[in-house]
Design a protein around this ligand. Structure first.
Ligand code: NAD
Length: 369
């Protein structure tokens, strides 16, 4: 198997889809690896480190049958790939229609990392989780550096400073890391989520779960719609917590859809002077109506910070985890040094976006065709 790893071409992407330690493991599977010169530069991984790991640092050889990337390739790159090439990268089909069409038309077998099923067996391949965990950690650091006060309690000769209060809204993978990190930095941390079952997870990282006194649990484990009185009650409790926090970190997202707005303009305008919102949902438009994705805005005395592509700020570790996710995925496909895709495997059938001239993922097909 000939693997090629190109340099990333999208603006602000600093990650790379392969790191040297993972290259060594892939080589043991019988994979021959080429990497575009300088592909690791933005993540500060020099070509020499790859060469030491047995990677050929050069332009793509003839006969590449496997390509690893972080972001989707350009149409020109797709046109240069031979039909049947296996490509693994993030795609987000609903916002990349021309790319998905080109992958289909050039008969590329593309596994989209955001489609890997979130089942126990696929945890090692779950790049959404590996990248979200790093983003959550970074969000807590952003809260710390954007506040004009400190997170921990500090006792000094002239008296004590009170610890900061941090509220994390959306206690999934990113939210839990944000909670754990802010807790380690000494803040008083609280977590909220529409899924009440995360209460124990919030508590396990040292947070207090915000109990709105309303359960949205319906039959069969699904959330039910709240009545208007119940919604008002939830809003009242959340407003109190938002407006007594020094920093609010929001991480709410709905797969394939714009980010839900979970803090209103009036809630923001009532926040404490000097408080900050770190909006991790900027990529999907943000969790507040005042968020400017990719920018920092001041709303009166409140600051909203909404960076894009946070994992790129931690490019070395983000690349390392992502690369390991790819190694685990490819482990399902390579047998005796040959690519051999088992189309009965639910991880592969879940993650495949295009194959054999067709868009295999139904939601993507609807969005694109
Ligand atoms: P996500 O990034 O899609 O969303 C982040 C969080 O925001 C979620 O916890 C969600 O419930 C919450 N949210 C959505 N709308 C909200 C709202 N209006 N107000 C408040 N919170 C809101 O989710 P994620 O972090 O990628 O994953 C969520 C969960 O999925 C994880 O906590 C975990 O339980 C599960 N998961 C399972 C596996 C696995 O079994 N392999 C892998 C990954 C995740």
């Amino acid at each position: 198997v000939q693997l090629f790893v190109p340099g990333e071409t999208r603006l602000h992407e600093k990650r790379v889809a392969l790191v040297p330690v993972v290259a060594e493991k892939l080589t043991k599977l019988g994979i021959e690896i080429s990497l575009q010169p300088g592909a690791g530069e933005a993540a500060r991984i020099p070509d020499a480190a790859y060469e030491k790991a047995g990677v050929r640092v050069a332009e793509p050889p003839a006969g590449v049958d496997l390509v690893f990337r972080v972001q989707p390739p350009s149409i020109e790159e797709i046109e240069q790939m031979k039909p049947g090439t296996v490509l693994c990268c993030f795609v987000y089909a609903h916002r990349e229609a021309p790319i998905v069409q080109a992958l289909r038309d050039h008969r590329i077998t593309c596994f989209a990392m955001e489609l890997v099923p979130r089942i126990t067996r696929a945890q090692a391949m779950d790049a959404l989780s590996s990248q979200a965990a790093l983003a959550g950690y970074y969000a807590a650091l952003l809260a710390a550096t954007n506040l004009n006060r400190i997170l921990p309690m500090m006792t000094t000769a002239v008296g004590s400073l009170r610890p900061a209060r941090i509220l994390v809204m959306g206690a999934g993978v990113a939210g839990l890391q944000a909670l754990a990190t802010a807790k380690r930095l000494g803040a008083i941390v609280e977590g909220y989520d529409v899924r009440p079952e995360v209460k124990e997870q919030v508590e396990s990282v040292g947070g207090k779960f915000v109990d709105t006194g309303v359960s949205a649990s319906g039959t069969g484990g699904y959330a039910r719609e709240l009545t208007s009185e119940e919604q008002a009650k939830v809003d009242e409790v959340l407003t109190r917590h938002i407006q007594t926090a020094d920093a609010v970190i929001t991480t709410a997202s709905i797969p394939g859809r714009p980010s839900p707005k979970i803090i209103s303009e009036s809630q923001i305008r009532g926040m404490k002077p000097g408080s900050v919102i770190i909006d991790l949902a900027a990529e999907g438009g943000g969790n507040t109506p005042l968020t400017e994705p990719g920018d920092t805005v001041e709303i009166g005395p409140v600051t909203i910070v909404a960076p894009l592509n946070i994992p790129s700020h931690l490019a070395e570790h983000a690349s390392e985890l992502y690369s390991r996710n790819l190694l685990a995925l490819i482990g399902l496909m390579v047998k005796d040094g040959e690519l051999n895709i088992d189309w009965e495997d639910e991880v592969l059938t879940g993650a495949v976006l295009t194959h054999d001239g067709e868009i295999k993922n139904e939601a993507a097909r609807k969005a694109v065709e």
